[in-house]
Design a protein around this ligand. Structure first.
Ligand code: GBE
Length: 497
């Protein structure tokens, strides 16, 4: 072919790829790892079986069933407490390198405190971990995926600074019990959701509405708790267990609404408020909260008549203590939003949104899912990965969640479309932009309890029949697609060698 013809082929390919999102025909790196994920409250069920204690989601779904779609709860969920062997068989069939699941704190420590350990709960996780290892699947374990033991909530929950110590004691116990087999730990899943939805907006358990105050107090404890657990691992376990510890931070990509300076500044402020709030203290070379949060919240607090900032302050010692407490960057991301400059919200009732003062929306032309917040915007994830790479000094990134919701169809072509396009953009970030992404986690292994949406939004690679007492699992088309991606490391029929 002549140069001109080659150029045309190239331009057409780029056009097709960017317009229709055709996946690229390159392979994932040889050592790239694929996995899938679930979380204890969303799949285990057995909420009061074998000595498990009550947690805030048990409590919340039972007393506020009116707030959950169809009044549902996780009492039985996927019944994974009894059916974990089937789960492992599905994972084995998929061929995943790892399975990310979370420990139910109150299944191990019914009261939340370490004075009383519930042996059947410990056995459950020992058995699950053993079954995974026998099948060559690495356990990736999250210590906290939103299900706080109720007795700790009765002490105020995460806004109570003493919870950092109780969490650290629970973490030490988990490292002791399971650390010989578990080499990848995540302390918290999406602390932003714990704090903002749980103690700010008050729409998730425990339902405390304290916008602009409780959310900041919660985050302050969670960051200290994470750092304590990390240092405990470092000092007491790393030498013998030789694993990795990190904290999962989640965000959308925030795209400026236009290329005006104002919109660009607004989008940057939004990602700092949304993501930097948690990521900066741990992952940024300078540590601490983002300066834009420190400044704006201090200023607005003063104008509102508070004697000090509603954003708590870290001492210089705490900044140093929290900074760098990670062994890889753990990222959950699903979608993108657009951000527009807005004049500062009027001084009045404090809130996190007013502290940030930007306008956020999604483009109505973007493909949708069964979840109102989840639009299909694959290019946003590539931009986010590049932003993280630049902002946090080129960390190793593991995508610990990414996925798509529908209404549970077995031939789930929309999910396949989502995965292939997101994975293609992630691969471009790796190969073309030099971002160090080393792993990918599909949310979720199977349909499960989707918080306030109950069982109405399905994220699974496997369908679960929630009307059947057996909670029968059935493979979907997307599981076959993902299995092929894992086996070939390729998103299309044939990849360049
Ligand atoms: C993750 O959160 C969670 O880690 C996982 O547990 C969950 O199943 C999965 O995503 C799928 O959602 O008032 O209903 O609009 C907003 C992803 C809810 C981030 C949804 C909370 C997205 C944060 C509340 N969002 N989620 S409302």
């Amino acid at each position: 072919m002549k140069f001109n013809q080659l150029l045309i082929v190239f331009v057409v390919q780029v056009f097709l790829r960017t317009t229709y999102g055709e996946p690229i025909n390159k392979k994932f790196p040889e050592n790239f790892l694929f996995g899938t994920a679930t979380a204890s409250y969303q799949v285990e069920g057995a909420w009061i079986t074998d000595g498990k204690g009550e947690n805030i989601w048990d409590h919340f779904t039972h007393i506020h069933s009116d707030l959950i779609a169809n009044g549902d709860n996780g009492d039985i969920a996927c019944d994974s407490y009894n059916k974990y062997q089937e789960d492992v068989a599905m994972l084995k069939d998929l061929g995943v390198n790892f399975y990310r699941f979370s420990l139910s704190w109150s299944r191990i420590l019914p009261s939340g405190f370490t004075n009383q350990v519930n042996q059947p709960g410990v056995d459950y996780y020992k058995n699950l971990i053993a079954a995974l290892k026998e099948n060559g699947i690495e356990p990736y374990v999250t210590l906290y995926h939103w299900d706080l033991p109720e007795p700790l909530q009765e002490l105020g929950g995460w806004p109570n600074p003493d919870l950092a110590d109780y969490f650290a004691e629970y973490a030490r116990l988990a490292f002791t019990l399971f650390g010989d087999d578990v080499k990848n730990w995540m302390t918290f899943n999406e602390a932003k959701q714990t704090c903002q939805l749980g103690y700010g907006y008050g729409v998730y358990a425990p339902g405390v509405a304290s916008d602009g105050i409780g959310d900041y107090l919660c985050a302050h404890t969670v960051l200290r708790a994470h750092a304590k657990a990390y240092h405990i691992y470092d000092e007491e376990f790393r030498a013998t267990q030789n694993g990795r510890v990190s904290m999962v931070v989640d965000t959308d990509w925030f795209e400026p609404d236009s290329d005006s300076e104002e919109d660009i500044e607004a989008a940057e402020r939004r990602i700092q408020f949304n993501f930097g709030w948690y990521a900066n203290a741990i992952y940024h070379p300078d540590g601490n909260y983002p300066q834009v949060m420190i400044d704006r919240i201090a200023d607005r607090s003063q104008q509102e008549g508070f004697p000090r900032s509603r954003l708590p302050e870290f001492t210089p010692e705490e900044v140093e203590y929290i900074k760098g407490t990670y062994d890889f960057f753990a990222l959950n991301t699903y979608t993108t939003s657009l951000v527009k400059w807005s004049d500062d919200y009027p001084i009045g009732t404090p809130s996190w949104d007013a502290d940030g003062s930007v306008t956020v929306y999604q483009d109505s032309s973007w493909n949708s899912s069964a979840s109102g917040w989840l639009k299909v915007v694959p290019w946003g994830t590539r931009k986010l990965l590049n932003w993280i790479d630049q902002t946090y000094d080129h960390p190793e990134i593991v995508i610990t969640e990414n996925g798509y919701s529908d209404h549970g169809e077995l031939d789930d072509q929309d999910r396949i479309n989502y995965y292939s396009k997101y994975l293609s953009n992630i691969l471009q970030a790796i190969l073309e932009d030099g971002v160090n992404v080393t792993g990918y986690t599909a949310w979720s292994l199977m349909d499960n309890f989707e918080w306030l949406s109950g069982y109405t939004e399905k994220f699974g690679l496997y369908q679960v029949d929630f009307t059947d007492p057996n909670r029968t699992r059935t493979i979907k088309s997307s599981a076959k697609f993902y299995k092929n991606v894992i086996a070939t490391k390729c998103l299309v029929d044939t990849c360049e060698e």
